[in-house]
Write a protein that binds this ligand. Sequence first.
Ligand SMILES: Cc1cc2nc3c(=O)[nH]c(=O)nc-3n(C[C@H](O)[C@H](O)[C@H](O)COP(=O)(O)O)c2cc1C
Length: 224
Amino acid sequence: MDTTVLFNMSYGLYIIGAKDGKRNVGCLVNTVTQSTSNPVTVTVCINKDNYTNDCIKKTKEFTVSILSEKTKENIFGIFGFSSSRDKDKFVQVPFGLTPSGLPYINEGITGYMQCKVINFVDNFTHTIFIAQVQEAENLFKEPPMTYAYYRSVIKGKTQKNAPTHVNESEKTDIAKKVYVCSVCGYEYPSSTDEFEQLSNDYACPICEAPKNKFKLNLKNSSSQ
Ligand SMILES: Cc1cc2nc3c(=O)[nH]c(=O)nc-3n(C[C@H](O)[C@H](O)[C@H](O)COP(=O)(O)O)c2cc1C
């Protein structure tokens, strides 16, 4: 099976917001899709190891903030590469609360939805939540961020809990040396010489990890 076929599927990027008691929790996903229009329902596929999954199973509700191309890069590090188990991610970003108190991002998005879970399906490593959209608001007229834009313009990476994650060991191709952020997987786009000359206060543009968190790796030219 040639799994590179899957690289040509299109996705958007979204922040799922939920509640853990009074605390706000959430994560970055690429797997929100509309399923029906009457009533309006969506699905989202969330890894069972993600804390957001536990919280949605308990509360049966969540928000979807639709990221735009204006999204600040630190959103990916905060929501995609760390867990709400350990910290309150929303205190680090501008956010609002829906009338029922669920958190959504209110900068760098096109709009948001509030959703009520009506069913969920166990899908190996992930849970597919089926939810009815209860409220929706358009906030900013910006192009929505696609996964392709995240990969090609932001130079962002997938994370092991994303359904679209591909093991580096499964890829074959010619390798070259590159500095890679050990926290989020961001690859410094220019030469290793240029990276070494950067000042020590250089920080990863995706997750803000310091320069000393970058490791010299071999990169396959087929990397997604
Ligand atoms: C680009 C990108 C896309 C992702 N898509 C998904 C997804 O669709 N489903 C999922 O479960 N995790 C996805 N993740 C991983 C979660 O965002 C990540 O595991 C997060 O740290 C979970 O946080 P939590 O423990 O607070 O829920 C993605 C990560 C990245 C960087």
